[in-house]
Design a protein around this ligand. Structure first.
Ligand SMILES: Nc1ccn([C@@H]2O[C@H](COP(=O)(O)O)[C@@H](O)[C@H]2O)c(=O)n1
Ligand SMILES: C[C@@]1(CO)OP(=O)(O)OP(=O)(O)OC[C@H]1O
Length: 159
């Protein structure tokens, strides 16, 4: 059996607003995340982890931030593309794990909704999807509440 691992990392900064979209779930917050797309930092990290496992470049290669077509786009477009690339290459996505780094919003109360949303988008069992969070103990840009970082791992297997 062939196993491929990939990692993904993304950061988006906060700006004025009243909610963020994280792993496809709208979470009330006193700011929003800024980006060319919907700035779903968690979904971007997972998407890049799948591209990484396939050695297929990164999200910006497939969906250039210079292309107006992706302005305000829902990030599930990017994730679905990466999942399809994996399936077309003969892989099954074994599991994904995403950690978001921020003081606020608190992810825990929304983590299962995020897992369910990702499972639906990726057509995977929810048991194969992990979403978790940590603060950075008030240190650095995430600690100062300037933005959110996300780190993800994806494992792909081919029989
Ligand atoms: N945005 C966040 C950050 C953390 N959590 C939860 O709190 C736990 C403790 O965080 P520490 O950084 O102090 O270790 C963490 O394990 C998460 O369960 C959260 O939900 N949202
Ligand atoms: C997702 C894309 C799409 O234009 O734009 P952003 O929303 O700015 O997100 P980023 O994580 O900076 O990745 C680059 C782009 O591919």
């Amino acid at each position: 059996m062939k196993v491929r691992l990939g990692n993904g990392y993304d950061v988006h900064k906060f700006g004025p607003g009243d909610h963020v979209v994280l792993c496809g779930v709208k979470v009330p917050h006193d700011q929003t995340l800024m980006g060319h797309s919907d700035a779903d930092v968690g979904m971007h990290a997972i998407t890049d982890a799948i591209y990484g496992a396939l050695a297929a470049g990164d999200i910006g290669r497939h969906f250039p931030p210079s292309d107006p077509q992706w302005k305000g786009a829902a990030s599930e477009i990017f994730l679905k593309h990466a999942v399809q690339l994996a399936r077309d290459a003969g892989f099954v996505i074994s599991n994904v794990d995403c950690t978001m780094v921020c003081e606020f919003p608190k992810i825990g109360p929304h983590a299962d909704a995020m897992r369910a949303t990702l499972a639906d988008i990726m057509d995977l069992p929810i048991e194969d999807i992990s979403v978790k969070a940590t603060t950075s103990e008030k240190l650095g840009f995430t600690g100062r509440g300037e933005g959110i970082a996300a780190i993800a791992t994806a494992a792909l297997v081919a029989p």
